[in-house]
Write a protein that binds this ligand. Structure first.
Ligand code: PBG
Length: 329
């Protein structure tokens, strides 16, 4: 260890001018690192405001395409789509997830046709489609792991067939990555990427998302704690990531972001594989609302994302992707 004594060493020297600070900056954020989540729904209006997410809208398909074009213009090249499904199409098993003309499949096909180069990420989970709002099938009031796996496998195949480049299982069932990898391989989708939500915690930061996709209507106060992780745990996150990698995940993700950067750092250091982080709806809304109120400077958003990079994230899903891209340009 080098001895650092004052005044031989004055750490303020390299902070004295903006260009110096740039020269010694250890981490950088660019549009290459950002993924924009987009909410879609079968609606006549082009866009519908999401009250708990300032500046974020639900889009119909036309608007999804124009939004994607706008994203490409500012340098965002990846989108993750999340559907809000009409209540009358939801049921106990999330059957509508397996119709290849559901809004997600239509969106994927439309995006493939118009924007072949854009990376299309689709969530694998049943919660947008189930009337109870859980990510799997309920059996005697419990989310049944193994029955859910079969359904997730079907959902994954349909999404791959519709043109998803990346499947992102966010359900937290045990064994889901394996069954998804198996069905992809046996159907010759050898290049489809699995981005597993390896360490997804049972978090209250998801509230605005659940409002946006309408999955909270019947979920009420029921929690997802029997399948999402306990936020007290870190070793368990490494265990989850190890299993997902073993089962065929190409990229692992941690979620939520800001309060979980120790988890990002631990996973990236341990496995050295592409590691993403999801700055989730609640984190975004807290910051964005404070910015809009003038309580926090708008730079706080960039700060929160750069800190994700510093922790070891290779890319970030963030609702602020477009607005940050505009700033970075
Ligand atoms: C659904 C899913 C959730 C999020 C992404 N996929 C919510 C949940 O688990 O209830 C949350 C994203 C966010 O809050 O921005 N499986």
């Amino acid at each position: 260890m080098i001895k650092r004594t004052y005044p031989q060493s004055r750490l303020r020297r390299t902070r004295a001018k903006s260009f110096l600070r740039d020269l010694v900056a250890e981490n950088h954020l660019s549009t290459d690192d950002l993924i924009q989540p987009i909410f879609i729904s079968d609606q006549s209006e082009k866009t519908v405001k999401i009250p708990s997410m300032p500046g974020i809208y639900r889009h119909n398909l036309d608007s999804l395409y124009s939004e994607t074009e706008a994203l490409i213009k500012v340098g965002i090249k990846s989108v993750a789509i999340f559907p809000a499904i009409d209540a009358d199409k939801k049921d106990q098993k999330g059957s509508h997830a397996f119709d290849d003309d559901n809004i997600v499949c239509l969106a994927l096909k439309g995006l493939v046709e118009r924007f072949p180069e854009v990376i299309k990420i689709a969530d694998v989970a049943l919660d947008p489609f189930t009337d109870h709002g859980h990510d799997g099938v309920l059996l005697d009031g419990k989310v049944d792991n193994d029955q859910t796996l079969e359904l997730l496998q079907n959902q994954a195949l349909i999404l791959a067939q519709s043109g998803a480049d990346v499947l992102a299982p966010s359900d937290m069932m045990d064994g889901r990555v394996k069954v998804i990898r198996d069905i992809l391989e046996s159907n010759s989708f050898v290049d489809t990427i699995i981005l597993s939500y390896a360490a997804k915690y049972a978090s209250s930061f998801y509230g605005p998302f659940r409002e946006a996709v309408g999955s909270s209507a019947n979920l009420g106060k029921a929690s997802k704690k029997t399948y999402q992780m306990n936020f007290a745990n870190l070793d368990e996150a490494l265990h989850e990531a190890a299993m997902d990698i073993e089962e065929g995940a190409d990229i692992v993700m941690v979620k939520p972001g800001t309060a979980y950067l120790d988890v990002v750092n631990a996973i990236k250091s341990e496995f050295q594989i592409p590691t993403f982080v999801y700055q989730v709806s609640g984190e975004y809304s807290m910051l964005q609302l404070s910015i809009e109120k003038g309580w926090l400077d708008k730079d706080v958003m960039l700060e929160s994302l750069l800190c994700c990079k510093r922790a070891g994230a290779d890319a970030i899903l963030t609702y602020a992707a477009k607005q940050i891209a505009l700033e970075l340009n």
